[in-house]
Design a protein around this ligand. Structure first.
Ligand code: ADP
Length: 484
C-alpha cells in the first residue's frame, strides 16, 4: 500500500466469502470529500441479495471458525495490528479524504484502532472459564465460554477505522464470524481494513462486508435472517432503538453504543489551565463529531469568566481547513445536514440569550466548514443543551452549587460520559459516584482506551467495548453439571 491518498489503490467492492465482488446490479454510490466536495470514489452498492449471501457465508464459516485455536486467532489479530501500524499513513490519508478530520487526528485514530487489535490478540488466549461445586456438594459445575455465533456489525462515519476495529477485533478473538456494514459516508477506510485482515490470514467467510446506500434493507436482511446471533451497533440512539426492535424478533444479543450529551463540569477549585486543556480535547477532537464530545459546559460562577476567556482564546487560534494540509487543526463537518444543524442550534441559543465569544460563522468557499465557536450564558432550555451538537461549538452555562450542577448534568436521557475538573479528591469521587454515566473523566478530556470498558448507561446504550469485559459481549456461557 502507498503512503498517501491514492484513489487508484482503493478497494471499492463488497467482500463476501473471501472474495471482492461487485453488486449484482452493478450499482455504486459516490463517496465525497467533505472539505472539497470532490467525489473520490464510487463504491459497490449492495442490497438484500448481497446481504443474504454475506450472512449465509458467515453462517457457513461459523462452525470451523468457532473451533479455531485461540493462538490462531491471536496471531491473525497480531498480524493485522502490525499491518495497520505499517500502513498508518495510507489509512490516515483515506480517512481524512472521506471523513475530513486532520491527518494528525487520523493517524491518532489509526494508532487507537491498532491498539484494539493488539489488545484483543492478547485477550483471545485468556478467555478462560470457571469451575465450582453445587451447594449440596453433589455436582461439579463447569462453566465454559463459547463464541456466540455470527454477528452483525454496523458502524458510523465519525471514527471509520476505530469503530470497525473495536467490533471486529473482539469478535475475531471470541471466534465469531461477522457481517459488517460501514457507514455509507465513509466506506473506504473499512474496506482497506478488511483487506488488511485478509492479508493477515483471516479465513474466508469470517468477515464479510456489504457497503450500501440502503442501510435499513441490508441490516434488516441480517437481523431477520435467523442466522445472526448478535448485533453490535454504534450510531444514533434513534437507529439503535430500531435495531433493538429488530433484534427482539430473533432474540439476538445486542450491544449498542449510542448518543451522548456529555456534561463538562469545572468546579470552583479547578486548575483552570488543566480545565481549558481538557476542554479543547473533549470538545474539539474530531471537530466535535464524537459521542464523547463535551456537549454542555457547566462552570462555577466564580471561575466562569477566566475559563471562558482562556478557552475562547485557544479556540479562536485554531487553524480551520482541509485536513490533508499541513497545519490544519480543524476539518470540515461531514455533510450539509450536520452543518445546518449546528447553525440552527447556535441561532436558537443566541435567540435565548447566549453570547458568542468567538466563531458563530461559516467560512467562505467549498467544504462543510463551521468556525469553532464558544457561547456563554447559554440558557438551559436551549436546544443544544438537549441534543448532540456534533460540531465545534462549546456552550457554557454558569452554576452556583454542586447539588445544582449534579441535577443539571443528570437531567438528560443520555448517560455516556461526564468530565469533572477539580483539585479536591473528595469532590472528584463524589462526582464520579453521582454522575449518571458509564464513563467519567477526572481532570482529563479523553476517556477512550483499549484497556478500558467503553460504553454508556440510560439511552446511551447497552454493553461495553474494550477492556477485560469487551470480549464477553461476543461469548456465551455454558454450564455443564457433572454428578460426583
Ligand atoms: P449518525 O447520525 O452518526 O450518522 P446513524 O445512526 O444514522 O448515525 O448511522 C449509524 C450507522 O447506522 C450507519 O452505518 C448507518 O448507515 C446505519 N443506519 C442508519 N439507519 C439505519 C437503519 N434504519 N437500519 C440499519 N442501519 C441504519
Amino acid at each position: 500500500m502507498s503512503s498517501s491518498f491514492d484513489p487508484s489503490g482503493l478497494h471499492t467492492e463488497l467482500f463476501i466469502d473471501g472474495a471482492w465482488q461487485k453488486a449484482a446490479s452493478g450499482a455504486t454510490f459516490p463517496v465525497e470529500n467533505p472539505a472539497t466536495h470532490e467525489i473520490i470514489a464510487h463504491v459497490a452498492d449492495g442490497g438484500p441479495e448481497e446481504a443474504r449471501a454475506a450472512i449465509e457465508a458467515a453462517g457457513r464459516a461459523q462452525a470451523a471458525w468457532g473451533k479455531s485455536t485461540p493462538r490462531e486467532r491471536a496471531d491473525i489479530l497480531r498480524r493485522a495490528f502490525e499491518l495497520v501500524i505499517a500502513n498508518t499513513d495510507h489509512l490516515a490519508a483515506i480517512m481524512t479524504a472521506e471523513m475530513g478530520k486532520p491527518l494528525a487526528e487520523a493517524r491518532g485514530e489509526v494508532a487507537y484502532g491498532a491498539e484494539m487489535l493488539r489488545w484483543f490478540s492478547e485477550e483471545a488466549v485468556r478467555i478462560g472459564g470457571d469451575n465450582t461445586t453445587s451447594v449440596d456438594g453433589n455436582t461439579r459445575i463447569m462453566i465454559t465460554k463459547e463464541p456466540i455465533g455470527p454477528c452483525v456489525l454496523v458502524t458510523p462515519w465519525n471514527f471509520p477505522l476505530a469503530m470497525g476495529a473495536r467490533k471486529i477485533a473482539p469478535a475475531i478473538a471470541a471466534g465469531c464470524t461477522m457481517v459488517f456494514k460501514p457507514a455509507e459516508l465513509t466506506p473506504l477506510t473499512s474496506l482497506a481494513l478488511v483487506q488488511i485482515f485478509r492479508e493477515a490470514g483471516l479465513p474466508d467467510g469470517v468477515l464479510n462486508v456489504v457497503t450500501t446506500s440502503s442501510a435499513s434493507a441490508v441490516v434488516e436482511t441480517w437481523t431477520g435472517s435467523g442466522i445472526a446471533r448478535k448485533i453490535s451497533f454504534t450510531g444514533s440512539t434513534q437507529v439503535g432503538k430500531i435495531l433493538l426492535r429488530q433484534a427482539a424478533d430473533n432474540v439476538m444479543r445486542s450491544s449498542m453504543e449510542l448518543g451522548g450529551n456529555a456534561p463538562f463540569i469545572v468546579l470552583a477549585d479547578a486548575d483552570i489551565e488543566k480545565a481549558v486543556d481538557g476542554a479543547m480535547k473533549a470538545k474539539m477532537r474530531n471537530m466535535g463529531e464524537a459521542c464523547t464530545a463535551a456537549n454542555r459546559f457547566y462552570v462555577h460562577r466564580t471561575v466562569v469568566g477566566e475559563f471562558s476567556e482562556k478557552f475562547a482564546k485557544k479556540i479562536s487560534e485554531l487553524q480551520v481547513g482541509n485536513g490533508a494540509l499541513a497545519g490544519t487543526e480543524v476539518g470540515p463537518l461531514i455533510e450539509q445536514k450536520g452543518l445546518d444543524k449546528v447553525e440552527s442550534l447556535v441561532a436558537d441559543a443566541v435567540s435565548k440569550g447566549a453570547r458568542i465569544l468567538t466563531g458563530g460563522t461559516r467560512p467562505e468557499g467549498p467544504g462543510y466548514f463551521y468556525t469553532p465557536t464558544v457561547l456563554t450564558d447559554v440558557s438551559i432550555d436551549s436546544e443544544l443543551m438537549n441534543t448532540e451538537i456534533f460540531g465545534p461549538v462549546a456552550a457554557i452555562t454558569p452554576f452556583d452549587s454542586e447539588d445544582e450542577v449534579l441535577r443539571l448534568a443528570n437531567d438528560t436521557e443520555w448517560g455516556l460520559v461526564g468530565y469533572v475538573f477539580t483539585e479536591n479528591m473528595g469532590k472528584a469521587l463524589r462526582f464520579s459516584q453521582e454522575l449518571e454515566v458509564g464513563m467519567v473523566g477526572i481532570n482529563t478530556g479523553v476517556v477512550s482506551n483499549p484497556a478500558a470498558p467503553f460504553g454508556g448507561i440510560k439511552q446511551s446504550g447497552l454493553g461495553r467495548e474494550g477492556g477485560k469485559i469487551g470480549i464477553e459481549e461476543f461469548l456465551e456461557y455454558k454450564y455443564t453439571a457433572i454428578a460426583i
